[in-house]
Design a protein around this ligand. Structure first.
Ligand SMILES: Nc1ncnc2c1ncn2[C@@H]1O[C@H](COP(=O)(O)OP(=O)(O)OP(=O)(O)O)[C@@H](O)[C@H]1O
Length: 901
């Protein structure tokens, strides 16, 4: 019997979910969790299974390893010889570590324009520049003279930004940094970058001008670039272009580039001084996204080295003084807003005029009355505020049916029936025009889509064009929302807050705002992060309203009472203060910005030092940073994968160890959500369905893997709906997982860890090998490991924080953990998590394991220096050695008993 305990059945604290697991009760907080009476813990080969139900064929006598502590890894001399000889045959040429920075991935510079690169003498270069400058100016004039451009100029001139054109250009000329606070619809996004490019080209400085304008979202980068191109009478990708991850429309002619903030940050890795860039505009800084806050620290440090560079910070409604102060009292320009009138209808007025009745026993509510809900739930301040209101006196001017509805309305739940009814009301009683609905996430969007499709009036697909809009959708689908539907159809766009700023859907007349958005929050003490719907800020509410009335008058329906709106905070808490910082820390290292904590202390509002330390510790533990806080080879690769580092590590290792397919599925579920649904009244049946997928692995992850494969099969046979219904699976979540798998594949191929042209077969050689899949899973979820301790008849679980100093009854399995490149070797064995996990072994075994780790490290190192390196063939030795160790029953772990420590 081998020792146990890879936590196949847990959730990582990095990817918390609110779904209750049917047969797993392990959660990763730093406290001890005792499994409830009806729970059971079992040895299953190398795996510890925790289950709420008794498992068939359970033999308590085999569970003797409870109470064990330090593990010894034993390997027969024959296996040592075989693994040793595989590793000895792998390539020896380890490249020098110093060359890490000399990546061959350096991106081409935007400037100079093609021909200029080849020009030899300075004189010839000047002449060429002059010629191109004149050409650019002539083309600008030509574009301006097209009829559509002339018509658009008429519209542009009505925008408030236009009136401040000269003041703006003068301020840009005379100041290195300028803060622009522009109210919604004033034209800051479409006009200000355009004023600069026009002015530069007009002044025959076209070749020297190279403007970058960052946008927080891909969709706005594309749509704004495309709007400006039409205003200039050009095709997109000529002087105005865009670049987002994995997609670009730009050319050598491009002088104004819209890109996501992430793209500029990645560019800074290779071009830290941004030589050749003349102007940077950072848009929507009021949103205080983590990337924007990060970028402005870097830019503030860069400015003294680039006195010719101009920085313009743009926002809708910001605390402009704070930004100005951060940049040494930079001047501020304020531009008043412009929208056609947008009427606001709050929930009470909507109920009054639509006569819609909210029922407290609606399926959307779990409680039965306002008071009952008050007792049951944990509240946010706005919810509490509303629940303390005396409905009858506060809303005395309203009908009693409206007051009853308000009494039944729950501020803590999103009532999709109310959203549906509002859409129906607009479609029946309001004038023509597209509707833009703001919900919180993909889940609600898809539920609402289902509701509308089965609505007898709205379900008519000849009359209503339904378009979802979500950040994870491919951009090609996102673009459909800008197209005008046929004249007899009404467009209904159902979006998340991605549609909140910088985009103009010009036929939108009605906005329906649910008042919430998904927001990350991080609890540094408990090291827990979650993504939950929260009330938006007033600034966001104004932005949402501003999406109507951009080209004609509009109406904004707020599905919450005015009293909540009035009490909304002015701005949202900056993302840097409420999110996990691992990815940011990796970026700081890859940009070589020095010590992480000192760098982050320079932020506009620095994050809590404890959160920073937690992030650094985690990166060290997963092997992305070494003890001196420098990037390891694994860390280098993780920097170029824009995903959570735990997920990134799982994906990288899965592509090396050729079990990519299952890792993609598991990673997609971890990053998105569990596809199993648990209807309250059919919980046991749902549990049973899940158990049947898990088979004798008794693992949640294997269950979701098998369920996903079965869904793919059912889909190919056209039985998708029935299959999902019978197996308690969400087709929407499964579809989203499929999309995310594709996204992950694109990311891996983008960084050279996947060559799709050669087919996926060679990345899936071990996809059916459950040991290998489990090892990859553990590598991804590490260090979320628990110790299991037998307490009489109960099993208790202890995490690192509370485990030390107690009875060390540890059940561990080394195999899944050997990937952790930074486990330190002591004279007698291997330690991880500062000695929390300890394995002993003979000297020769230790040397072999060290060699294997070193080989893996070396492979990753070589891949940094040679992005073309072919992992499947170059990694053969490492993979073969790992397989030998993982699958050979002669590699055993013996358990040593130790007393109290
Ligand atoms: N694609 C478009 N179609 C029609 N009109 C447009 C389009 N894009 C912009 N406009 C017009 O230009 C105005 C200004 O748009 P712009 O995006 O520059 O505003 P903004 O000041 O950045 O506003 P916000 O912060 O609300 O996004 C819009 O209100 C609209 O009237």
């Amino acid at each position: 019997m081998e020792a146990t305990a890879s936590m196949l059945t847990h959730e990582s604290n990095s990817f918390p979910k609110c779904v209750e697991e049917p047969f797993v009760t392990i959660l990763f907080t730093c406290f001890c969790i005792t499994v409830s009476k009806e729970s059971h813990a079992y040895n299953k080969g190398r795996t510890l299974v925790v289950s709420k139900i008794p498992l068939p064929n359970y033999r308590a006598d085999l569970d003797e390893w409870h109470g064990s502590t330090q593990q010894e890894i034993h390997m027969s001399t024959e296996i040592q010889r075989r693994v040793g000889s595989i590793l000895a045959n792998s390539k020896e040429d380890v490249p020098a570590a110093e060359s890490i920075g000399a990546s061959s991935q350096a991106r081409p510079q935007l400037l100079p324009i093609g021909e200029m690169r080849n020009s030899k003498s300075p004189l010839a270069l000047d002449a060429l520049k002059e010629r191109i400058n004149i050409e650019l100016r002539d083309e600008q004039h030509k574009g301006r003279d097209t009829p559509s451009s002339k018509e658009m100029l008429g519209l542009r001139e009505t925008l408030p930004a236009y009136k401040l054109k000269h003041e703006f250009l003068k301020a840009v000329k005379n100041n290195q940094v300028l803060v622009v606070s522009g109210e919604t619809g004033c034209g800051k996004t479409t006009q200000l970058p355009q004023f600069i490019i026009e002015e530069e080209i007009e002044s025959l400085r076209g070749t020297e001008c190279n403007i970058i304008c960052t946008q927080p979202r891909r969709i706005s980068a594309i749509s704004v670039a495309s709007r400006i191109s039409s205003e200039r009478g050009e095709n997109l990708g000529e002087t105005v272009g865009y670049q987002i991850r994995l997609e670009a429309k730009r050319s050598e002619k491009t002088r104004l580039l819209f890109c996501t903030t992430g793209v500029l940050l990645r560019r800074l890795v290779h071009e830290p001084e941004l030589i050749g860039v003349s102007h940077i505009l950072v848009d929507e800084i009021h949103e205080r996204g983590i990337n924007e806050d990060f970028l402005i620290i870097i830019l503030r440090d860069l400015l003294p080295h680039r006195p010719d560079l101009r920085l313009i910070l743009m926002s809708a409604t910001i605390n402009a003084e704070m930004f100005s102060k951060y940049f040494g009292n930079a001047p501020i320009i304020h531009i008043p807003g412009f929208t056609f009138p947008v009427a606001e209808v709050f929930l009470e007025d909507l109920l009054e005029k639509s006569c819609y009745n909210i029922k407290s026993d609606s399926i959307n509510f779990s409680g039965n009355s306002r008071r009952r809900r008050q007792m049951d739930q944990k509240k946010d301040t706005l919810t509490e505020l509303f629940e303390e209101v005396d409905i009858d006196s506060h809303f005395k001017a309203y009908r009693s049916s409206t007051r009853r509805s308000l009494d039944a309305w729950s501020p803590s739940q999103l009532d999709l029936s109310l959203v549906e009814a509002t859409i129906e009301y607009v479609c029946q009683y309001e004038r023509d025009g597209a509707i833009l609905v703001f919900l919180t996430g993909w889940d609600e969007i898809s539920k609402l889509l289902d509701k509308i499709k089965s609505n007898s009036f709205l379900g008519n697909s000849n009359k209503f064009l339904l378009l979802p809009l979500h950040g994870s959708m491919p951009t090609i689908n996102q673009r459909e929302i800008f197209e005008r539907p046929p004249s007899n159809m009404r467009k209904i766009v159902i979006a998340t807050n991605i549609a909140e700023s910088s985009i103009t859907i010009n036929d939108v007349v009605f906005v329906i705002d649910c008042g919430k958005a998904k927001e990350t929050s991080y609890d540094a003490l408990n090291k827990l992060a979650c993504l939950l719907p929260s009330w938006i800020s007033k600034a966001s509410a104004l932005q949402r309203r501003g999406r109507a009335g951009r080209v004609q008058p509009g109406v904004c329906y707020r599905l919450y009472p005015r009293i909540i709106y009035d009490a909304m905070p002015q701005y949202q808490l900056p993302e840097i203060l409420r999110t996990l910082l691992q990815e940011l820390c990796l970026n700081i290292k890859s940009l070589q910005l020095g010590n992480i904590a000192s760098f982050l202390a320079k932020a506009l509002q620095p994050p809590d030092p404890l959160s920073v330390q937690n992030a650094i510790d985690l990166l060290k533990i997963i092997g992305a940073l070494d003890d001196t806080e420098e990037l390891t080879p694994l860390g280098h690769h993780l920097c170029s994968l824009p995903v959570d580092p735990n997920i990134g590590k799982m994906l990288l290792l899965a592509s090396i160890f050729q079990c990519l397919d299952p890792a993609l599925t598991i990673a997609a579920a971890l990053a998105h959500r569990d596809p199993f649904v648990l209807p309250l009244n059919r919980k046991e049946e749902a549990d049973e369905a899940k158990r049947s997928f898990a088979g004798d692995s008794y693992s949640d992850h294997i269950a979701l893997l098998r369920a996903f494969e079965a869904w793919q099969h059912a889909k190919r046979n056209g039985r998708e709906r029935q299959f999902c219904w019978e197996n308690f699976l969400s087709p929407i979540t499964l579809q989203m997982m499929e999309d995310m798998r594709n996204q992950f594949c694109r990311l891996l191929s983008d960084i050279g860890f996947l060559n799709k042209g050669r087919g996926l077969k060679e990345y899936n050689v071990y996809s059916e090998d459950v040991e290998m899949v489990c090892a990859i899973l553990c590598a991804g979820l590490y260090p979320n490991v628990l110790q299991c301790k037998r307490r009489g008849k109960r099993t208790a679980f202890y995490s690192k924080e509370v485990g030390q100093g107690l009875d060390q009854h540890i059940r561990l399995c080394f195999a899944p953990f050997w990937w952790n490149l930074l486990a330190s070797q002591t004279g007698e064995g291997i330690e991880m998590l500062g000695g929390y996990l300890h394995f002993s072994a003979s000297k020769s075994v230790l040397q072999l394991i060290q060699k294997l780790r070193w080989e893996l490290d070396k492979l990753l190192q070589r891949k940094i220096e040679d992005p073309e390196l072919d992992i499947p063939s170059e990694g053969k030795g490492v993979v073969a050695a790992a397989i030998e160790l993982l699958n050979n029953p002669n590699v055993k772990q013996h358990t040593n008993r130790r007393g109290r420590s």
